[in-house]
Design a binder for this molecule. Structure first.
Ligand SMILES: N[C@@H](CCC(=O)N[C@@H](CS)C(=O)NCC(=O)O)C(=O)O
Length: 228
């Protein structure tokens, strides 16, 4: 038995991207069960794994259902502590957990105003003050981490970790909504856009599933601002 990973549409499901990146980082190939946003409500497609109602969710080899991306991240880290999902240094790991937790519970204006859509990039997007506040806060915490760890690699804690998995969809939103950023934040967004695992996910997002009208926003569009 291996892990089963339940995910939503590659182009649109920001939380699912996180769940999938966890397994990519672990180099474990789960059995992927695709929940089609076009077909029916998510919860209706998850009746096989009660009480999950959202994606991502995973069923472990022994049958436990875990239905939240941060819970999945922490459980997988506990099971594979040497795989590098979190760094071994407690101070670095503590900062990473604060970053991932803030992402997990925050930035609601950005999340509702700029839903992830890997099929489209917009330009000249009018953003609300609340979303601008979220963006400023994200730039602050990214700069805090990058100022401490940039000599150890291009990611928030130097090396790729759950903190970066947590923020990958935010990077996609900043790219897709033409958000003007500081140099530090722009570098970090470009690091995600160039990441082979992010690109692999986006490639599936371009080729698998329907284009969902629900996610279309009437702004001018522009080419995707990263490598295909
Ligand atoms: N906190 C959850 C949120 C997951 C979530 O909201 N997923 C969305 C898709 S990106 C979903 O399944 N929505 C369906 C619904 O709310 O009915 C997590 O981190 O996994």
């Amino acid at each position: 038995m291996t892990y089963e990973l339940f995910i939503g549409d590659y182009a649109y499901s920001s939380w699912s991207l996180r769940g999938w990146l966890l397994f990519r980082k672990l180099d474990i190939a789960p059995t992927v069960q695709l929940v089609d946003f076009h077909k029916a409500e998510v919860a209706e497609q998850l009746t096989d794994i009660v009480p999950a109602r959202t994606v991502p969710a995973m069923r472990t080899p022994e049958g436990t259902v875990i239905w939240d991306s941060l819970a999945m991240a922490e459980e997988l880290h506990s099971r594979y502590p040497d795989a590098g999902l979190w760094p071994s240094d407690p101070a670095t790991r503590g900062l990473g957990r604060a970053l991932a937790a803030e992402m997990h519970s925050g930035y609601s204006a950005l999340r509702s105003e700029c839903p992830m859509n890997l099929r489209t990039a917009y330009r000249d997007v009018p953003l609300s003050d609340a979303t601008r506040g979220d963006i400023a806060r994200i730039e602050t915490v990214w700069a805090h981490a990058r100022n401490l760890y940039s000599d150890q690699g291009p990611w928030l804690l130097g090396e790729y970790s759950i903190a970066d998995i947590a923020f990958a969809p935010v990077a996609a939103r900043f790219a897709g909504y033409d958000v003007a950023l500081s140099d530090i934040a722009q570098f970090y967004v470009e690091t995600h856009l160039s990441d082979p695992w992010f690109r692999e996910w986006r490639e599936m997002g371009l080729s698998i599933g329907e284009t969902l009208a629900h996610y279309a926003i009437p702004f001018d569009t522009k080419p995707w601002p990263g490598p295909a």
